[in-house]
Design a binder for this molecule. Structure first.
Ligand code: G1P
Length: 293
C-alpha cells in the first residue's frame, strides 16, 4: 500500500526559545521569510504526500492560521497591486490537505503519534518532526522521498539515521542493526534505545527526525510505558515493533537543522539567507566585515 499520509508532531512547549515562544509556537519561527514548519510541509508535499495531520497543543493557533486563507490580508494585497504575494501566501495551504489534532497533555512524542491512529486509518504513514529541517545535498531527492523509496523496496518501517559524535548519543534515539542485501546504508534493526548513556549506547547512529511506519506501530504505542523523561517514547515503541516485524534504518547524507536551541536556529537562518540571491550577497558582505573586526 503506498504511503499517502503523514503526521507532523508540533506540540512541544519550545521553552528554549522563551520569551519568543510565549505566544508563538517554535515551529513558526521564521527561517528568512518562511516558518520552520512550512519547510517541513514542503518536504512532505515534494515527497508525494499531501494528507498531513499536525499534532498541536494549547497556544498553537498561529499554525492553523498560517496554512489557512487570510481574506483581510488578501484584500489589502490586492488593493496594493501585490497579486504575486497573494499566490505566495496561499501556496502551501493549497498544496496539502492539512488536518489538526490537539495533544492535551505533554506526554511525549510517542503519545503525539498515537493520537494519529484514527486519521491514519490502518495505512502506512510518515512522520516528520515539525522542528527539524532536512537539507539533502544539491541534486538529491527530498529527505522523506529517500525514506519512502526505501519503504517501497522493503515494505517495512524505516527510520532515517545519521552518525553523531559519541558524546552526543544521550540527546537522541540510538539504533543498532545489521546491513542487509548488500546495501551498507540500510540496516535491519535489532535494538533501539532512547537517549542512552554513552556507555550503554549500541552505536552512534542517531534517529534523525523522519520515519515511515507500518500501522503496526500503533499497537506497540498502546503498550509502551513511560520511558526516559517520564514520557511515552516513540523509540521504545519502535524497539517493540522491531521484535515482531522488520524495521530498517537508512543512514543518509542529508544535513539536518534541528531548531531546538538558539545556536542551531541562528545557524540555519544565516545559512539559508546566505544561499538566496535576494539576501545572500549583502549578508555575506556584512558578515565578512563583522568577523574581520
Ligand atoms: C526526538 C526523538 C529522538 C530523536 C530526536 C531527533 O527527541 O525522541 O529519538 O533522535 O527527536 O531530533 P527530542 O529531540 O524530542 O528529545
Amino acid at each position: 500500500m503506498p504511503v499517502r499520509k503523514a503526521i507532523i508532531p508540533a506540540a512541544g512547549m519550545g521553552t528554549r526559545f522563551l520569551p519568543a515562544t510565549k505566544s508563538m509556537p517554535k515551529e513558526m519561527l521564521p527561517i528568512v521569510d518562511k516558518p520552520v514548519l512550512q519547510y517541513v510541509i514542503e518536504e512532505a508535499v515534494e515527497s508525494g504526500i499531501d494528507d498531513i495531520l499536525i499534532v498541536t497543543g494549547r497556544g498553537k493557533q498561529a499554525i492553523e492560521n498560517h496554512f489557512d486563507y487570510n481574506p483581510d490580508l488578501e484584500i489589502f494585497l490586492r488593493g496594493a497591486g501585490k497579486q504575486d504575494l497573494i499566490e505566495q501566501v496561499r501556496d502551501i495551504g493549497e498544496r496539502a490537505q492539512i488536518h489538526y489534532i490537539r495533544q492535551k497533555e505533554q506526554l511525549g512524542l510517542g503519545d503525539a503519534i498515537r493520537l494519529g491512529r484514527h486519521h491514519m486509518g490502518g495505512e502506512p504513514f510518515a512522520v516528520l518532526l515539525g522542528d527539524t529541517i532536512i537539507d539533502p545535498p544539491a541534486g538529491q531527492k527530498p529527505g522523506l522521498r529517500q525514506l519512502l523509496d526505501a519503504y517501497e523496496q522493503s515494505t517495512a518501517s524505516v527510520v532515517a539515521v545519521h552518525r553523531v559524535p559519541m558524546e552526543w548519543v544521550s540527546r537522541y534515539g540510538i539504533v543498532d542493526g545489521q546491513p542487509e542485501n548488500g546495501n551498507p546504508d540500510l540496516l535491519r534493526l535489532r535494538k533501539l534505545v532512547e537517549k542512552p548513556a554513552v556507555n550503554l549506547a549500541p552505536s552512534n547512529l542517531a534517529i534523525a527526525g523522519r520515519y515511515v511506519f507500518s500501522a503496526g506501530i500503533f499497537d506497540c504505542l498502546e503498550q509502551t510505558p513511560r520511558g526516559v523523561g517520564g514520557e511515552i517514547q516513540l523509540t521504545d515503541a519502535m524497539n517493540m515493533l522491531a521484535q515482531v516485524e522488520p524495521v530498517y534504518a537508512l543512514a543518509w547524507q542529508a544535513r539536518r537543522f534541528e531548531i531546538v536551541n538558539r545556536v542551531e536556529y541562528a545557524k540555519c537562518f544565516v545559512e539559508f539567507a546566505l544561499r538566496r540571491d535576494d539576501t545572500g550577497p549583502r549578508l555575506r558582505e556584512h558578515l565578512a566585515k563583522l568577523l574581520a573586526d
